[in-house]
Design a protein around this ligand. Sequence first.
Ligand code: F3S
Length: 395
Amino acid sequence: MKRLYLSREEERIYNGDFGWAYEISMKILVKLGDLYGAERLIPIESAHVSGVSYKTIGNAPIEFLEALVASNGRVKVDSTINPSSIDFEDPSFNLLPGELIEKQKRIIDLYSALGIEPTLTCTPYYIRQIRTGSHVSWAESSAVIYANSILGAWTNREGGPSALASALIGKTPDYGLHRPENRRASVLVKVEADILSESDYGSLGIYLGKVLGDSIPVIQGKIVREECFLKQMGAAMATSGMVSMFYLNGLDGVSQIEEKITVDNRDIRRSYEELSSAFEKPDLIFIGCPHCSLEEIKSISSLLYGRRIKEDIKLWVCTPRFIRSRAYDCVKVIEASGGRVISDTCAVVTWLRELGVETLVTNSAKTAYYAPLMSNVKAILLPLKKCIEVALREV
Ligand code: F3S
């Protein structure tokens, strides 16, 4: 197999002249590049690394991170990390065993020692602006599809190790969605269904992910260009499928179209049915998958203003700590109603059962899809307003 071209300095890194952390990172990138036929490495502007929650990764990567730190690895570009399994500032998580809390702290400390900002969010784009047309190396499928489709950045769907290797080298192999010829749409999706809420968009995304696989669609029809709708649709498409990019309404790439799909109300209804596995009273109402924007926090606080949620239901609103710190008044309203504004984690990557949750209601199709699989809890998918209504009244 032909190996990708390396500059003299890249060869020296490959051969270990700058230490093991850079050598192993370069070897990961070269292996990946060779596998996908890249000709060279290209510089990136940022990296977003997944594999942070101790619940999802366990002990295995800790030794690897320790070895990177021990050989003085430091990231070369702005780098952020995905949510962990715990909000260390929220007392609800004190219920978890001390060993889990210590292990989670250790993982975050190791990433920080590599120079990565402990942002602990899946929506790094709310923290730092990403330049249109910039090459980045992001893991976290919901952020990848958002970056490619909404921000106009260029990234492959990285895994945690490859995003981390790119962060340490400051480069990524030039293949896949870093190449213009691979960013053309091949499927035309006509949406004839009436989709009105973020959970409708999420249901549409889950349906499309299943039929599209890893194709790039142009989505036309009754689509509203509202950020929170598109965020939900993209996250869901990347959950049930490998979709990493979509176009909206425009005619980009339509000449390449190989397939046409129509989505109607029955498809959305079926998708809702598949995503709702419970009918009983929930223990948790979870909003914030992907993590909420400031605008979403404002809408939630206006729905809760002056009201109280039921004593026996928890309400979690997950948002990046950066946004939480800028939403002081909204946080006060949400917490005065009995809800919690949670950062650094989410309902999918924490230990829900250990926190007393068996059934949750959410407005996120991604959570409704994953929570039963990853946490063995039941889920009900509803639009935001209905989620809040459930929190506020007997069901
Ligand atoms: Fe983010 Fe957790 Fe959803 S990491 S995308 S809130 S599953």
